[in-house]
Design a protein around this ligand. Structure first.
Ligand code: LMR
Length: 433
């Protein structure tokens, strides 16, 4: 039997009212909502019908029928004045919304620390049938957090509903590789998810939606997604390699004995996998080339490079699960890098479409490269980067790996019949051993 959530999204709207639609309230054992015609805010999860209150112009508090206590006191108090200067609300979709990464991410998004303190947002949360109860739990926690900027929360399992009019799609949900699963099988299973989500974005999202793919293998998933969304500019699709950039900065800072804010111009080239290339040739510490500051070049080529490539795996050993909080932080960093101007002389890494790249990397891949942004959500590739033989060879290895992955998913990208001949150590995710 199908869940009642399968074909519909339930909406928690904070802008004019905050509720689970009555259709679903019985599942939470809540009484139906009776929304007054001019209601401002009501809280779906309030178990005790406290005397509702409203704040008057003179600051006094008066009871009001259609408003639940704590929301009126903490949120509506300043809303009238504050909202006048707010920007137009943006819609943000998050898939895998009941997972660990999202559990960190959603609260950062809702707090205003990503898009700014004057940017109201609507969160559109996509989950699986299995996770729908947990998704409701997430939505309830968002309610209970009283974020003034969070105007709406929708939950659902159908990407065609959840992605409606979204301006950002943060695609986190993917299947982890199970025991004994071939890498080709993982590429196929997750590829199908991202093919479907690409189609859904193409059909219902805002035409200039920015898409950040986090679910692994994220580069190839992003490629599949963009190939299935021909109406959305291919440039708008990103694979998350910001976590790798952050890890690389941390390792260089540790070795150089400086705080990590002194490390700049850090590029991750290639695949979010163990072939990724953390570029110490172009990176800088206190504005100086890394190789001048860290003279142990053997360490840079071997110890440093490997520590970044395999950091995810080390974390899994320690935690017993993949990184979640630092991944969420890096998603925040990745978005902020696109919505704020890049500091003069610096750049950031993101996995983007290779067509037109100035580095000679094969076209039609999603490859991590150095970018700059003027803060409008768009980016340009950085032109003035140096290459040496070491860097070129390493980049070529990651490029070859992505070309091999692409062949495995040809049936999902419209490129004919898939042929998968991945070697035994190719396409290892950072967390795989
Ligand atoms: C990470 O880099 O921490 C994750 O992508 C690891 C993984 O393989 O899931």
């Amino acid at each position: 039997m199908t869940s009642p959530f399968l074909n519909s999204s339930s909406r928690l709207s904070l802008s004019s009212k905050l509720h689970l639609s009555n259709q679903f309230r019985h599942l939470l054992l809540l009484p139906p909502l009776h929304t007054a015609p001019n209601s401002k805010i009501s809280c779906s999860v309030s178990q005790n019908n406290q005397a509702p209150v409203a704040v008057q112009d003179n600051g006094s508090v008066k009871t009001k029928k259609e408003c639940y206590g704590v929301f009126c006191l903490t949120y509506d108090l300043k809303a009238e004045e504050e909202t006048k200067s707010w920007k137009k609300m943006i819609n943000i979709a998050v898939s895998g919304a009941a997972g660990m990464i999202s559990n960190h991410l959603l609260f950062k998004l809702a707090s205003g620390s990503v898009f700014g303190p004057d940017q109201p947002i609507a969160l559109k949360l996509l989950g699986s049938e299995r996770s729908i109860q947990a998704l409701e739990g997430v939505a309830m926690e968002l309610e209970d957090s009283l974020f003034p900027l969070l105007r709406e929360v929708d939950i659902g399992t159908d990407p065609y509903e959840v992605f409606q009019d979204v301006e950002w799609a943060l695609l986190i949900g993917a299947k982890p590789r199970g025991p004994g699963m071939e890498r080709a099988a993982l590429l196929d299973i997750n590829g199908q998810i991202f093919a479907e989500q690409g189609k859904a974005l193409n059909a219902v999202a805002s035409p200039n939606v920015k898409v950040l793919v986090v679910g692994n293998p994220c580069n190839t998933n992003a490629l599949i997604c963009l190939k299935n969304a021909p109406n959305i500019p291919a440039k708008n699709f990103h694979a998350l390699t910001r976590l790798d950039e952050n890890r690389a900065k941390c390792q260089l800072a540790l070795k150089a004995g400086v705080f990590y804010d002194k490390v700049s111009n850090m590029t991750i080239w290639g695949n979010h996998s163990t072939t990724q290339v953390p570029d110490f040739l172009n990176a800088r510490i206190n504005g100086r080339p890394v190789k001048e500051v860290i003279t142990d070049h053997k360490w840079l080529e071997e110890g440093f490079t490997e520590s970044v490539q395999k950091r995810g795996g080390l974390l899994i050993q320690k935690w017993g699960r993949s990184s979640a909080a630092s991944t969420a932080v890096s998603i925040v960093d990745a978005i902020k890098s696109l919505v704020t101007p890049t500091p003069e002389g610096d750049w950031f890494s993101t996995g983007v479409y290779t067509n037109g790249n100035p580095y000679g990397i094969a076209k039609d891949l999603v490859f991590s490269m150095p970018c700059r942004s003027t803060g409008d959500g768009d980016y340009e590739l950085v032109k003035d980067v140096e290459f040496d033989d070491y860097l070129r060879n390493r980049i070529a290895k990651s490029e070859a790996e992505l070309l091999a992955e692409k062949k495995c998913v040809a049936h999902l990208t419209g490129d004919g019949i898939a042929f998968c001949d991945l070697g035994p150590v190719d396409t290892m995710l950072p967390g795989e051993v």
